[in-house]
Ligand binder design. Structure first.
Ligand code: UD1
Length: 417
């Protein structure tokens, strides 16, 4: 059984480059299905979720291969619109293939993705939007079958700015008849990335990054080469690691741009942070200040994907902090592992109250999801003594090689297989 071993209590110092963005690359890989030809996607992270997406694309007839950190995707021989159930179970975000396959083949069959460890994660917004676009749905034996004689643009208003629903609607609308508008659309930078990719391939999308996105249907998308942006959550995780352990580090390949809410919180805690267009320098010394109130919110608010990591840092802050998790109710399942380090965290509903303790102690912990797992690594780096983290698989879903990167910053950490 693989595990990660950390000898904590060391400051982090040095420089690390930030990998390509998981949440940008996954919808772009789905979008390549709309391009009848070859796409070259640069700066693609070598993470499990991308490997799973490659398997799905291959299973539906595409040819996919790596050239260094670029992925070449040839969708010319795409031959089915059924997404294999085994992969949907492994990677819930494969639901974004729905919109793309509907656009390309006018049909899609996919296993109902169901819940996951961070919460129920329904797809009702996606399905209801499809129905407004002349797409019929049938649900049987856990399978969703969608078919259409032709997708028609429509005005869609989302009850909540869901990232996945916004992406799926955009993907379904790109080759549709007429205009689609999305009101209360998600504004996450990954939506903007997806639209930049699609527009570069010939789509006509305006308003990406605002709460109203408009998509004018076009006849086809042409092959292109595109470079994905760097991963703001990986960068945020490493900033949190340096904040928690102390030290000084430079992150390259990313600026403050999409990390403003995280940088603001770290500065309030007492870290010194200097940002350029494509670098961030962080310095942290001594015990950090608590944060009276953090609420996770859709972008540009504080990201739910950084909640667990910041909680680990607050576990040794000099006072009491409060977090309210508004997006995924299941994120606090990780707290039972964080407490093993000696942290004092009380949960009530969506609220977590963290009373900072002077010292964390290394222990044995189990990752059960991606960002929560990263938070346990941060706690292990902050703690005195040895920490063993089991189920590193969850972390490899989104971090190319977290041990390599942290080792580069001077951490005593290794993956044992
Ligand atoms: C995406 C990100 C994930 C991030 C999340 C929020 C990817 C691959 N994943 O996930 O890392 O944490 O955005 O920033 O990009 N909801 C419904 N019905 C729906 C859809 C969503 O009720 O049909 C609810 C969800 O349960 C959740 C909230 O809306 O409470 C936000 O979910 P959503 O923005 O859709 O997250 P994902 O796209 O799954």
């Amino acid at each position: 059984m693989a595990f990660i071993e950390i000898n904590g209590g060391k400051q982090l110092n040095g420089e690390v480059n930030i990998q390509g963005s998981k949440n940008a690359v996954l919808p772009i890989l789905a979008a390549t299905v709309l391009v009848n030809g070859i796409t070259k996607l640069n700066n693609c992270p070598k993470i499990l979720d991308v490997f799973h997406m490659i398997k799905i694309l291959e299973a539906i007839g595409c040819t996919v291969y790596w050239v260094n950190s670029s992925l070449i995707i040839d969708t010319t021989k795409l031959n089915t619109s059924t997404v294999p159930g085994e992969y949907v179970k492994m990677m819930r975000s494969s639901v974004i293939l729905m919109g793309a396959l509907l656009g390309r083949t006018h049909s899609v069959t996919i296993t109902y993705p169901g819940g996951c460890t961070i919460g129920a994660r329904p797809i009702d917004f996606h399905l209801s939007a499809f129905q407004h676009m002349n797409i019929s749905l049938e649900e049987e034996d856990g399978l969703i079958k969608c078919t259409t004689a032709g997708i028609t643009g429509n005005d869609i208003s989302l009850k909540f700015p869901s990232v996945g629903a916004t992406e799926n609607i955009i993907l379904a609308a790109v080759l549709a008849d007429g205009k689609t508008s999305i009101t209360n659309a998600a504004k996450e930078p990954e939506i903007t990335e997806l639209c930049k990719f699609l527009n570069a391939a010939g789509a006509r999308i305006t308003g990406a990054g605002t709460d109203r996105v408009e998509i004018m249907g076009v006849d086809y998308l042409h092959p292109i080469e595109y470079t994905a942006c760097s991963d703001r959550i990986v960068a945020g995780t490493y900033l949190a690691a340096v904040a928690g352990t102390g030290g000084e580090a430079v992150l390259t390949g990313i600026g403050e741009g999409h990390l403003k809410a995280v940088v603001k919180v770290l500065r309030e805690m007492g870290c010194s942070i200097v940002c350029g267009e494509d670098y961030i320098i962080i310095a942290s010394s001594g015990r950090l200040k608590p944060i009276p109130f953090i609420r996770t919110m859709p972008y540009p608010g504080f990201p739910t994907d950084m909640q667990s990591q910041i909680m680990s840092v607050l576990m040794t802050a000099a006072g009491t902090s409060k977090i309210v998790e508004e997006i995924f109710e299941g994120r606090y399942q990780n707290v039972k592992e964080q407490i093993k380090f000696g942290a004092d965290i009380r949960i009530e509903g969506r609220e977590a109250v963290i009373h900072g303790v002077p010292l964390l102690t290394g222990c044995e912990v189990f990752a059960s999801e991606l960002r929560g797992g990263a938070a346990l690594i941060i706690a292990g780096l902050m703690a005195e003594g040895k920490t063993t983290l089991y189920n590193p698989y969850f972390i490899h879903r989104g971090y190319e090689d977290i041990c390599r990167d942290l080792k580069q910053l001077g951490a005593d950490i290794r993956l044992v297989t």
